[in-house]
Ligand binder design. Structure first.
Ligand SMILES: [Zn+2]
Length: 395
């Protein structure tokens, strides 16, 4: 779209910048957009002239959601596994291998269509930035093509060759780690921004995880990891040791884990360098106890919320659903949850151009069918996203 765009008549604008309260709220506001960027935020009554207009009609507007943890490159689904789990079977992570088989058998186009379908689904629910992981190929060629396809849709791509040890390497995990660090990383790195490891009992132990993440770092990739989801373990502290942008799940934390995260605080009071990304869709879908968000927040740890969208343990692409879960089940306030789903996600991706609506930020806006962001938690399951503007373009 050429020319400027004014989003006016905003009853409640969440900026995550200057304004009222932790969300930087402005009332009766307007946002001027030029060339995909926010160039002015102020009172609607003083809004400058523009070429195009969106009238928010007094509704709430917030930054587009930043979903910093999603596994979108896969084939098939695991609805039967979900049904069995709801009938009492525990979640172990072993079902990942089922998806690996389906993904390897799929064509590039089948994978591409599925990624676009899920990305479109998330966009309609207000997600304007979405991280996408590989991790269901687990061969050199299948991980490389997974990331190539992911990179067509998002710049936030993550190499997760260390998702699980594939069946053909079950009795020689050291060899698989060698493959991940060697030819697989070399093939994946051109399409990846991040490297991730599923550091968990039954997946990769701390020594393997450290080796893989260090190889990724040496190849220029940023570090993030799946840690402390199924039980206590060394993952969170490994993440801090390696300056991870985010440690994800954080369901089973010791006092030392929380302290290690809190110790990464920036000196200017802007939060922690390593973010704790909570994925309540996973606990919902595996009927597991939720992470203790309050303990992290009270210790000063920066918290993000993300979907963990994947066919096994959390097949939701809905950030509003995660916000509602965080408020109801993890005792986050609605403001904390909305911040975590926008600015928090941006921190988890070490981005300062998204998750905020301040001059200079990318013009990613969500217009709600509601007068306040509170309704995201207050009205769970209701389609409240009236309009999404991404890169300054109404979708
Ligand atoms: Zn995950």
């Amino acid at each position: 779209m050429s020319g400027s765009l004014l989003v006016g008549n905003i009853g409640e604008l969440v900026t995550n910048g200057a304004g009222e309260g932790p969300l930087g709220i402005r009332r009766n506001a307007a946002v001027l957009v030029e060339e995909g960027r926010v160039v002015w935020v102020g009172p609607s009554a003083y809004a400058p002239a523009a070429d195009h207009h969106v009238d928010a009609g007094g509704a709430a507007v917030l930054p587009g959601f930043v979903d910093s943890h999603a596994h979108l490159v896969f084939a098939g689904d695991r609805a039967a596994e979900f049904a069995a789990r709801m009938a009492g079977e525990p979640y172990t992570g072993g079902g990942i291998r089922t998806t690996v088989g389906a993904t390897r058998a799929a064509t590039d186009d089948e994978l591409r269509v599925n990624v676009r379908r899920l990305r479109g689904e998330a966009l309609r629910q207000g997600t304007t930035t979405m991280e996408i992981k590989s991790g269901y190929g687990l061969t050199v060629a299948d991980e490389a093509r997974s990331l190539r396809i992911a990179a067509e849709t998002s710049p936030e791509t993550t190499f997760l060759g260390a998702h699980v040890v594939p069946a053909e390497y079950a009795d020689r995990p050291d060899d698989y780690v060698g493959l991940v660090c060697g030819p697989m990383l070399a093939a994946a790195a051109p399409y990846a921004k991040w490297i991730d490891v599923f550091c968990e009992r039954g997946a990769f132990d701390v020594d393997h995880a450290r080796a893989i993440l260090a190889c990724g770092q040496a190849a220029g990739l940023g570090v993030r990891l799946h840690a402390n989801q199924l039980g206590p373990g060394p993952g969170v502290q490994l993440g801090v040791e390696l300056d991870a942008a985010s440690v994800d799940h954080c369901t089973h934390l010791s006092d030392a884990d929380v302290a290690a995260l809190a110790d990464t605080a920036h000196s200017d009071g802007s939060g922690t360098r390593t973010v704790a990304t909570l994925l309540p869709g996973a606990e919902f879908s595996t009927r597991s106890p939720y992470p203790d968000a309050r303990r992290l927040l009270d210790a000063g740890v920066t918290v993000a919320l993300a979907t963990d969208c994947n066919p096994g343990s959390s097949y939701t692409s809905s950030m509003p659903f995660c916000v509602a879960l965080a408020v109801r089940e993890m005792r986050m306030t609605p403001a904390e949850a909305v911040w975590a789903a926008t600015a928090g996600g941006a921190r988890a991706l070490r981005r300062d151009d998204v998750g905020v609506l301040t001059p200079g930020a990318r013009a990613d806006l969500v217009v709600l069918d509601a007068p306040s962001y509170l309704h995201l938690a207050y009205r769970p399951g209701v389609p409240l996203i009236r309009q999404v503007i991404r890169n300054g373009v109404p979708q």
